[in-house]
Design a protein around this ligand. Structure first.
Ligand code: ADP
Ligand code: ZN
Length: 723
């Protein structure tokens, strides 16, 4: 009799002991009894001397012969659990593909094949009146063939006809996984000669193969970062090793994947949110068996197992989508660092606008720092200007001065990009008679008016309702919209620039997989002259014909309660500027503001992100804020706000210590959501370790508080915002 430790997907910060005749390999899945249920757990190892032996239950079934979570992944799971103070069972559950969580076989999914039955030669001869069937059978006489391949030669009816006559039969076979399959297919497409800076970067990365070496590749937009990735990857692939590439959002950058495919001519594993569970598992298996040379995916792709790990790349490392905002609140970029160090591979963090965290690591020499300072192909940087809108006449949110600049660019046949930070028609609906604002009752925030869909939508909880005809408070028919969103700008610009073809790009207008790509193609085919959109426009698309970028309003971020707001604004503005003026057309950018003298805006437009970011880091240092101090936040929410508050007050007493500062309880930036009031307690200190130790010791006591089961609470280590 042996005892094994099993990680079980329950919100308890421990593993559980079961008895077993043999000890399965760590990383194998098992079915175990848990209370009245049976659950899928993962074996962590043998227990040395368990307590209460008489109470230990035997495990039910061992699902795998070999570990589905390899040693490296198991190490990372333990790290995640310890660093983010998250239950190990839930961590492992997050890391596993959905089908494996459900207990399905971890062996590659079988493929359908067809083979001849009976005497094939004779049967071909007998099929004189069915020529296609005879031809199909003839093909199969050379040997069995995959269903998919056979169907590419013959109609389904032909195959079915033969099957009905029992001349051929189906057979399921496991797919032959071929480690390093890419080595046979690899054909390097045409590539540009790297310039001097690119050459230095590629050499530095390649010289670090086989060891842990993190790099910040800081290159202005269009400077050829992707080209550096491509040429560094080439060597890794040729050396028989795999590359894992993280991107913020594949739906937004389909051209990235095709660029990799074109360069290497090999099959690429793509992991994105629209993939079904079966296809996701297939990519996971092919990566694990070492068949795929390149795997590209969004945040959770960082969990993909690699048989021959060679390099990890995190593109647009500053992007907020790398932080998971519920459940296991990990940061994929930080996990990438851990993973690269565990696997001894180089890590490339690429961006034009490094996060202050990464920049600090590079400036303090913990990371190598590679620079690309010039745009490839000689294109010049976009010139940035501030437009003082004080006392200016405004039409649809645009100052007269701005409108005339737009006219100039349009009259020369160029494209103009207008950035608006809100989608929908208007961010509020007010009664012109009594002043009542139509709010989402569950969040106590104004509804956004969506005219195109004829409804109100709450952008906090997603709740929708029809647009009322009269004021719900006074009954007058005097409802008016306040503020402007993309839909309204679109409507206004159609009046201001009659006859100019325009297109709106936001998450409402480009729903659906191919819609965005088609719209982008149409833009670059110059079907439109005026582009109106949100954040989506700042993400990696190239608009060679855009010569003017207009930011409608950048004042909000200057006065935000979020200390990262200025960093985020600077990244957005810089990324937007990078969309314009490629190739031979120089671009300019105008920011409308009521605060033209604001030091942040001044620094950004005159000195660029590079300078701004270093300045901002100095300020963070003086203010003792991240990345110079570490933070964690405990959030609590409840329908009765007082309960959430009291819970955090009690937590604060438990946590009280000398070396970690406790701020709060405070209302979260989103004070109410879905009917629950939200508060937070912020822990801050110079030592990450001290916060971790403090929380680890206190968590059992926090969980034991009577209020702990009556409020919703969660822990967020290294929070990226306080919403
Ligand atoms: P980034 O990833 O920094 O935005 P890209 O790698 O996409 O930059 O490069 C921008 C454009 O310049 C692309 O069209 C790319 O093919 C081209 N390019 C990159 N490097 C070179 C080079 N060394 N010589 C010529 N063209 C290049
Ligand atoms: Zn709401």
């Amino acid at each position: 009799m042996h005892f094994v430790e099993v990680a079980v997907p329950v919100p308890l910060r421990q593993s559980f002991t079961y008895s077993s005749d043999a000890v399965p390999q760590p990383g194998c899945r098992v079915i175990v009894p848990f209370g009245p249920r049976k659950v899928v757990g993962v074996v962590l190892g043998e227990s040395s001397n368990p307590a209460n032996i008489s109470k230990i239950k035997p495990l039910d079934t061992v699902l795998d012969e070999a570990a589905v979570i390899d040693e490296v992944q198991l190490t990372l799971c333990h790290w995640l659990s310890q660093y983010y103070l998250h239950p190990i069972g839930e961590v492992i559950h997050t890391v596993l593909p959905v089908l494996l969580r459900k207990g399905e076989s971890a062996r590659p999914v079988d493929e359908r094949w067809w083979k001849v039955k009976g005497n094939g030669e004779e049967n071909v001869a007998s099929l004189t009146r069915a020529k296609r069937q005879a031809a199909c059978l003839q093909v199969l006489l050379n040997g069995p063939m995959r269903d998919s391949e056979l169907k590419s030669h013959f109609a389904t009816t032909v195959i079915k006809g033969l099957a009905d006559k029992a001349l051929i039969v189906e057979e399921n076979r496991p797919p032959p996984l071929k480690p390093r399959m890419w080595l046979t297919d690899l054909k390097i497409g045409s590539k540009p000669l790297p310039d001097k800076e690119q050459g230095v970067a590629i050499a530095a990365i390649n010289q670090s193969r086989g060891q842990f070496a993190p790099f910040l590749l800081e290159g202005v937009t269009g400077s050829g970062k992707t080209e550096v990735y491509l040429q560094a990857i080439e060597e890794v692939l040729a050396g028989g090793q795999q590359v894992l590439i993280l991107v913020p959002e594949i739906g937004l950058t389909p051209q990235t994947v095709s660029r990799f495919a074109k360069r290497f001519g090999i099959d690429i594993g793509v992991l994105h949110s629209q993939l079904n569970d079966k296809d996701r598992l297939a990519v996971w298996q092919r990566a694990r068996e070492g068949e795929l040379g390149i795997i590209i995916g969004t945040r959770s792709a960082i969990f993909t197992p690699l048989k021959f790990p060679g390099m990890i790349i995190v593109d647009e490392e500053h992007d907020e989508s790398y932080k998971q905002q519920d459940g296991l609140r990990y940061h994929a970029r930080d996990l990438a660092v851990m993973r690269a160090s565990t696997e001894n591979v180089p890590l490339v963090l690429g961006t034009a606008t490094p996060s202050l965290e990464t920049l600090n690591n590079a400036l303090s020499k913990r990371y190598g720092h590679l620079h690309l300072t010039k745009r490839a192909g000689g294109a010049v940087q976009t010139h940035q200007h501030l437009l003082d809108v004080r006392d200016q006449r405004m039409q649809f949110g645009l100052a007269d001065g701005m409108i005339s600049i737009m006219r100039q660019h349009l009259s020369m046949g160029n494209q103009v990009l207008v950035f608006v930070n809100r989608r929908g028609y208007a961010p509020a609906l007010l009664c012109h008679h009594c002043g009542h604002s139509v709010d989402c009752r569950r969040c106590e925030r104004p509804y956004t008016v969506h005219r195109s869909q004829q409804r109100l939508q709450c952008h906090h909880c997603g709740g929708v309702k029809p647009i009322p005809k009269q004021c719900p408070q006074c009954g007058e028919h005097s409802l008016v919209t306040a503020g402007v969103g993309t839909e309204q700008i679109e409507e206004g610009l159609a009046q201001l620039f009659a006859g100019v073809k325009q297109v709106r790009i936001d998450s409402d207008s480009v729903r659906g997989k191919d819609k965005l790509q088609r719209t982008l193609d149409d833009i670059n085919g110059q079907k439109y002259q005026l582009l109106i959109g949100t954040q989506i426009l700042s993400k990696g698309h190239h608009f060679p014909h855009v010569t003017l970028v207009v930011v409608m309003d950048c004042d909000g971020a200057l006065f935000s309660a979020d200390f990262r707001a200025s960093e985020k604004l600077a990244q957005l503005v810089t990324q937007l500027a990078g969309r314009a003026g490629r190739a031979s057309k120089p671009g300019e950018m105008w920011l409308q503001t009521h605060n033209p003298g604001h030091p942040l805006l001044q620094d950004l437009i005159h000195n660029g992100y590079h300078h701004f970011a270093r300045q901002a880091l100095e300020e963070r240092k003086l203010a003792a804020m991240p990345p110079f101090q570490s933070q964690a936040v405990i959030r609590a929410e409840a329908t009765h706000g007082a309960m959430a508050w009291d819970f955090l007050e009690q937590a604060k007493q438990i946590l009280a210590t000398d070396n970690v500062r406790l701020n709060g309880p405070l209302p979260c930036l989103i004070e109410k959501r879905q009917g629950r009031y939200r508060f937070m307690l912020v822990l801050q200190g110079t030592q990450r370790k001290a916060i971790n130790t403090l929380l680890r010791k206190a968590l059992p006591n926090l969980s034991a508080l009577p209020l702990a089961t009556r409020v919703r609470w969660s822990l967020d280590v290294d929070p990226s915002d306080f919403s």
